[in-house]
Ligand binder design. Structure first.
Ligand code: ADP
Length: 467
C-alpha cells in the first residue's frame, strides 16, 4: 500500500532517532555506569583512608588517645555512612559507633540498602567491615574497623546524578522525536508541493495541452531533473503532433498537383478536346509514375523510420558494393554525358547491405539528377579509427545555404521548379538520413552554390562482428 511522503519520511526519521537514542542510552548505562561504579568504589576507599589518617592525627605526642576528638570524627563518619570502631593495640575499644548510637547505625545501613535496591531491584549487597591499622610515629598503635554497605553503594547525591542522567536522556529522546516529526513535516512539504505541481503539469500534458510548461525551480537536483524531463516530454510530444499534422498536410499537397494534372488531361480527352495521342498519354503516364514513386518512397520511409526495424547485419566489402552500383548506373551516366568515379580501398563493413545499397542509390541518383550534362560524381569510402566514412560529391549546382538545414526533411525540395523536372518527391534524402541513423551514424552536407555538393556519411563500427 502506498503511503504519503510525509508518513514515509516521518517514520524513517523517527526510526533513526529511536535507534540513536536507544543506542546512546544503552551505551551510557553500560559504560558510564561501569565507570561510575569504579569511581564510587575508589571514592569509598579514599574516604576510609581519610578517616583512618584523621584518627591517627588525633593521637597525642605520647601516644595517648584523644577520645573526645575521635568521637567527633566517628560521628562525622557515621553521617557519611561509615560505622567506625577504634581499638588500641591491646584490643581496648576507644570508640564504637554502635555503642554510641546503635539505632542510627542500623538506619544508615538500611538506607544504603534501600538506595541500592531502588536502582538495582536484585541487588545483593550487605554490611562489610574492613580493618585499617592506626599508625603513629611509624608504629601501629591500634586499628580502625570501618563498617559500610558493600561492595559499594550509591548515596543520595550519586543516585540523583544517575537519575538526572537518565532524565536528560529521556528529554533528549523527546526533543529528538519532536524534531524528527517537525523535520519530516517540513521536508515532506518541501518535496511534495513541487512534485504535486509537476504532477499537475504532467496531467495537463497527458490531456494534450503541450504548451503547458512547469516553471518549478527547486534546490533539489532530482526535482529540477524531473521538471526538465517533463518539459522535454511536452516539447517532444508537441513536435510530433506538429509533424503528424504537417505530414498529412504535405501528403495532401504533394498528391494534389499530379492528380489535378491527371484529372484535367483525362477530362480533356474524354470531352474530345484533346486526342488520346501518345504525347498526352505520356504526360499522364509521367504523373502516374511520379505518384507511384512517391507512394513507394513513403512506404520505404515509414518502414525505415519505424522503431522496431530489424537490421540484417552482415559483414561485406563496401567498395565492392559501390563498384556494383556504379556499373548499374553506368548507362544512365553515359546517356547524360556525365561521369561517375569511385576511389577507395577495400573497406569491410558490418551493416545492413540492403540499407547501404539504398543509401548509395539515393545519393548517386541525386548527383546524376542535379548535375547538368557533362558533370562529375565522385564517391570515396575510407576506414577511420572508429568507423567508416563515405563521401558522395558532385560538381553540380550546389544547395543554397538557407536550404541546407532542411534538405533531409520529407518533401523538401530546394528548387521546386527544377525538381518537378527531375521528378523528385523530396523523400530521397529523408530515407538516407533515416537509414544512416538506424546504423547510429551521421550524415552531413557540404555545398557551395554554383560549385557542387558533397554528402559525407560517418558510420561507427558495430561492436560485434559475425566473424
Ligand atoms: P528529391 O526527390 O527532390 O531528390 P531529396 O530528398 O533526395 O529529394 O533531395 C531534397 C533536395 O535536396 C532536392 O530537391 C534538391 O533540391 C537538394 N539536393 C539533393 N541532392 C542534391 C545534389 N546532389 N545537388 C544539388 N541539390 C541537391
Amino acid at each position: 500500500m502506498a503511503v504519503s511522503l510525509r508518513t514515509k519520511l516521518a517514520s524513517s526519521y523517527i526510526l533513526v532517532v529511536l535507534i540513536c537514542v536507544i543506542l546512546i542510552s544503552l551505551l551510557a548505562n553500560l559504560f558510564l555506569e561501569k565507570q561510575f561504579r569504579n569511581y564510587v568504589t575508589k571514592n569509598q576507599e579514599r574516604r576510609n583512608q581519610q578517616v583512618v589518617s584523621s584518627i591517627s592525627q588525633q593521637i597525642g605526642a605520647q601516644g595517648e588517645w584523644h577520645t573526645q576528638d575521635i568521637a567527633g570524627l566517628g560521628m562525622n563518619a557515621l553521617e557519611q555512612g561509615l560505622i567506625l570502631k577504634v581499638k588500641d593495640n591491646s584490643g581496648r575499644t576507644i570508640w564504637d559507633a554502635r555503642t554510641h548510637n546503635s539505632g542510627m547505625c542500623q538506619q544508615m545501613i538500611s538506607h544504603m540498602a534501600e538506595n541500592m535496591l531502588s536502582r538495582y531491584p536484585n541487588w545483593k549487597g550487605g554490611y562489610m567491615e574492613t580493618q585499617y591499622p592506626v599508625i603513629h610515629g611509624f608504629q601501629k598503635v591500634g586499628i580502625v574497623e570501618i563498617g559500610y554497605y558493600g561492595p559499594f553503594y550509591f548515596d543520595d547525591v550519586d543516585l540523583a546524578f544517575i537519575n538526572t542522567l537518565n532524565r536528560i536522556l529521556l528529554g533528549v529522546m523527546a526533543l529528538a522525536l519532536f524534531a524528527a516529526f517537525g523535520g519530516a513535516a517540513v521536508m515532506a512539504k518541501r518535496l511534495s508541493a513541487p512534485i504535486g505541481r509537476v504532477i499537475e503539469t504532467a496531467q495537463m500534458i497527458a490531456k494534450g495541452s503541450y504548451a503547458t510548461k512547469s516553471r518549478e525551480k527547486s534546490s533539489i537536483r532530482e526535482l529540477n531533473q524531473l521538471t526538465g524531463a517533463i518539459n522535454d516530454l511536452a516539447t517532444t510530444l508537441d513536435k510530433q503532433e506538429q509533424l503528424r499534422k504537417q505530414l498529412t498536410a504535405d501528403v495532401a499537397h504533394e498528391l494534389r498537383t499530379p492528380l489535378a494534372t491527371l484529372q484535367s488531361h483525362i477530362e480533356a480527352i474524354l470531352d474530345g478536346v484533346w486526342k488520346a495521342d501518345p504525347e498526352r498519354l505520356q504526360v499522364c503516364h509521367n504523373e502516374v509514375t511520379r505518384l507511384n514513386r512517391m507512394v513507394a518512397d513513403l512506404g520505404k520511409l515509414a518502414k525505415y523510420e519505424s522503431e522496431n526495424l530489424v537490421l540484417n547485419l552482415t559483414e561485406f566489402d563496401l567498395s565492392v558494393l559501390i563498384q556494383e552500383l556504379a556499373l548499374n548506373f553506368e548507362n544512365e551516366f553515359r546517356r547524360k554525358g556525365s561521369t561517375l568515379n569511385f576511389y577507395g580501398e577495400p573497406v569491410m563493413i558490418f551493416a545492413d547491405r540492403d540499407m547501404l545499397t539504398q543509401i548509395m542509390i539515393n545519393l548517386i541518383s541525386n548527383g546524376l539528377k542535379f548535375t547538368p550534362a557533362g558533370g562529375k560524381v565522385e564517391i570515396s569510402a575510407s576506414k577511420l579509427k572508429d568507423g567508416i566514412e563515405i563521401s558522395v560529391g558532385d560538381n553540380g549546382p550546389g544547395i543554397d545555404s538557407d536550404d541546407q538545414p532542411f534538405i533531409f526533411e520529407r518533401f523538401y525540395r530546394a528548387d521546386k521548379s527544377r525538381s518537378r523536372l527531375t521528378g523528385g518527391s523530396g523523400i530521397g534524402l529523408t530515407i538516407v538520413k533515416a537509414l544512416v541513423e538506424t546504423h547510429h551514424g551521421v550524415i552531413k552536407v557540404n555545398s557551395t552554390k554554383g560549385t557542387g555538393t558533397e554528402f559525407i556519411i560517418f558510420l561507427p563500427q558495430a561492436k560485434e562482428s559475425p566473424v
